[in-house]
Design a protein around this ligand. Sequence first.
Ligand code: HEC
Ligand code: HEC
Length: 431
Amino acid sequence: MKELLVAALSMGWGVLAVLAGLLVYNFTKGNKDGAFKIFIGMLATLMIFMAITNYRDNFFAESRLLPVSLVLITATTFMMALYFSNVSALLKIGGFMFLVAAALSGYGNWLPQVEGGFPPPDVKLVFDAMSSQQLADEGEKIIFGGIGQSSVQGAIGKGQCPLCHGFQKGFLSERAPNLFGLPERAEKERLTDPNYHKGEPQKRAYVDKESCPGCGTATTVQEYIAESHSCPNCYVAPGFGVKGTNDKESPMPKIHKPPISLSLPELAAVDTWLYVREGREAPSYEDIIKSYEKFVPEADRPKQQDDKAAGPTQLLADGTEPVDQIFAKGQCVVCHTIPGIPGATGTQGPKLEEGTNAPNRIHDPAYKGTAKNTQEYIMESVVLPSTYVVKGFPDNLMPKIFGQKLSAGALKKIVDYLSQVKAGAPPPKIS
Ligand code: HEC
Ligand code: HEC
């Protein structure tokens, strides 16, 4: 294609040169009319020329300027039709058809370009054959949705960890410990904390004493990480427990259990990233898997059903789920009490009685958002949480990712449900 266009262009130069010669010839011979027609011919050639150049440049660049070529060609044919009356009808028809084509393709080109793309490749990842760096890359994808995404604010993958955890050095992470420096902290602070009761699970004061009967406690850094992931309630990092439980219970979900359901190989990838990105040497794949086998009984290990490459477009919920599952998958339940939703007992955010709250928020003189009714207020709160910050609650605690990470259908279900929740009234039905 490109070669053809280049050839056409060199021919164009040739034609131009010949025409220029003819123009000079006719002019010197005093043939004004002939000279003028040739001049028009040159102009036309030049315009076709521009059209082809534009087409060449924009065909390969993904720009939307292709219709410019078509318009140029149309204009050329019309111009020629004016001066070469013997072929005028033909040229006018041709020009008109070009114009129609230009209009149509222009319209198509200016529409938002949807990436048709291909479905994510259905490759089976072979974690155990990967190098440490490859494993770490897969880990980064699982946590953040893509390689290099760990430095992108708000990036989140199927592991969902950034919903709660900070990962960058010095990053304020109030909901959950910042996971930078975890290997060192595990060794120097966690395993030596008297409350950890290393080797003596029965002395633990936490909700779970052991991950499984006879599992015992972690003895190495890697085992501490595996235990943290599979049994958050076995030991709660001081200051991060569920409010009111005196740090006896953790808000963190078991990440090998639904909705996150990471398989052991995926967990190995996540852990490898945690070491490698700090420039540390990660334990071998086999050792990491072994550490999980200590805390996750065979029956609880998720099958590797979902071992397709974790893509950045992964949604937390696609909207086909019942609304209670959407609240669970979005982790709303961790921070919010939602009447009628089992397990939604969080207290870090307001109780979501939006049938009652929303009208009050909109009428608050401090309200600066654009919502006009309850539905719009809920949508705005979920998608742009900082638009209005409910009094008594912190800004920037609620994740700002739901606009991208929940499908339109899931958002609609959330809005429908919450708008029907009223203080003092029975909760709506789950659908
Ligand atoms: C809903 C919030 C939430 C999500 C999602 C979450 N965590 Fe946590 N995580 C916490 C909280 C809160 C703590 C501190 C309490 C505790 O020790 O269990 C914690 C503790 C940890 C610890 C122990 C940290 C330490 O300093 O001892 C690790 C490791 C960890 N999480 C890893 C992860 C990974 C990896 C993911 C994603 C696959 C994840 N978490 C997802 C809330 C979360
Ligand atoms: C990490 C904690 C956290 C998570 C997770 C979270 N929220 Fe929030 N949410 C808050 C906090 C804190 C506020 C109050 C501050 C504000 O208005 O931004 C809030 C405010 C709201 C409000 C406004 C409430 C009102 O009465 O005005 C709605 C609606 C809401 N959240 C819905 C959700 C939904 C739906 C999800 C899950 C998709 C969710 N939140 C997940 C912490 C959270």
